[in-house]
Design a protein around this ligand. Structure first.
Ligand SMILES: NC(=O)C1=CN([C@@H]2O[C@H](COP(=O)(O)OP(=O)(O)OC[C@H]3O[C@@H](n4cnc5c(N)ncnc54)[C@H](OP(=O)(O)O)[C@@H]3O)[C@@H](O)[C@H]2O)C=CC1
Ligand SMILES: O=C(O)C1=N[C@H](C(=O)O)C[C@H](O)C1
Length: 262
């Protein structure tokens, strides 16, 4: 049995992950964490019958039980400290929380190397999103002019999305930095052209009704190519989360991107 804790269990992703862990043979949910939760047991919530402790401080996780995997769907401000804590205590992190910067990821990877603990930081767990990023990187070899439009629900805290940043990084690996648009273009309204990543523009849309969507739009002489992925439901991420919980048990590195475990 792989013993798992879910941090952020009351959130949209954390609650979906909690149910996935409870429903997956070979996984054992040994606790859930949220410092603001009123409950001390999961079964105090109407949607659960299982007797699972609710932790309010991450340190209590260690005192009460042994844990193999730490699933994290919290908020950008706490994900770094949570992941560090997991690694320091030989718990394998599976982090979906976005908003960690490049230096945070590198720092955590160094710590994982020292501790020889495997784990994953994945901006997106949906298999279709991984393919979208890989197809986009492939297309960028032939279509260097590209803009990313990511569209999310209006409760999202970070912009641009972790997926958009990862997509841009993968595109730049293929095509390098590249000036796009007119060299003398001017914004008459600040932000009109979006964020800039090595010459590539990233646009973030936030609207009620959306879940998680991204369009990678390429343009070239007389033709265009659009690669789009849509998560209509948060269940789209769960195959990837479940796979990661199993795979991190076998590796000794903290990898960035689910594609590294597929
Ligand atoms: N990698 C992927 O595939 C995906 C990643 N995400 C990312 O996952 C993260 C969560 O998204 P989502 O579920 O929509 O957000 P929610 O706001 O619904 O959930 C976040 C939860 O984290 C809780 N929380 C806050 N601080 C702590 C803490 N110190 N310890 C434990 N829990 C804490 C919050 O509780 P409270 O409200 O009580 O403060 C809240 O319940 C985001 O960063 C998002 O970008 C989302 C979808 C897919
Ligand atoms: O906040 C979300 O909802 C999502 N966040 C991740 C991101 O920032 O890329 C993954 C997915 O897009 C949903």
């Amino acid at each position: 049995m792989i013993k798992i804790i879910v941090a952020g269990f009351k959130g949209k992703m954390g609650s979906t992950a909690t149910k996935m862990v409870l429903d997956t043979p070979g996984f054992e949910l040994v606790g859930v964490l949220d410092p603001h939760a009123d409950e001390s047991n999961l079964n105090e919530l109407s949607e659960y019958t299982e007797d699972i402790p609710v932790f309010h401080r991450k340190e209590d996780v260690l005192a009460e039980t042994s844990v193999d995997v730490w699933i994290d769907f919290t908020i950008p401000e706490v994900a770094y400290e949570n992941t560090r804590f997991a690694l320091e205590n030989s718990i394998r992190p599976v982090v979906g929380t976005t908003g960690l910067d490049e230096e945070d990821v590198k720092e955590l990877q160094r710590l994982a190397d020292q501790k020889r603990i495997g784990g994953l930081i994945a901006p997106n767990f949906a298999i279709g999103a991984i393919l979208m990023m890989q197809f986009a990187a492939q297309a960028a070899k032939y279509f260097p002019d590209v803009e990313i439009i990511e569209l999310h629900h209006d409760n999202k805290l970070d912009a641009p999305s972790g997926t958009a940043i990862k997509t841009a990084e993968m595109i730049v690996e293929e095509r390098g930095a590249h000036q796009q648009g007119h060299p003398d273009e001017k914004e008459s309204l600040a932000g009109a052209r979006g964020a800039d990543y090595q010459g590539m523009k990233i646009h973030s849309v936030r609207l009620p009704g959306l879940v998680a969507h991204q369009q990678v739009q390429f343009g070239s002489t007389g033709e265009g190519l659009t690669i789009r992925h849509d998560s209509y439901d948060r269940s789209s991420f769960m195959t990837g989360v479940a796979l990661a919980c199993t795979k991190v048990m076998e590796n000794e590195q903290l990898v960035y991107g689910l594609e590294n475990l597929l």
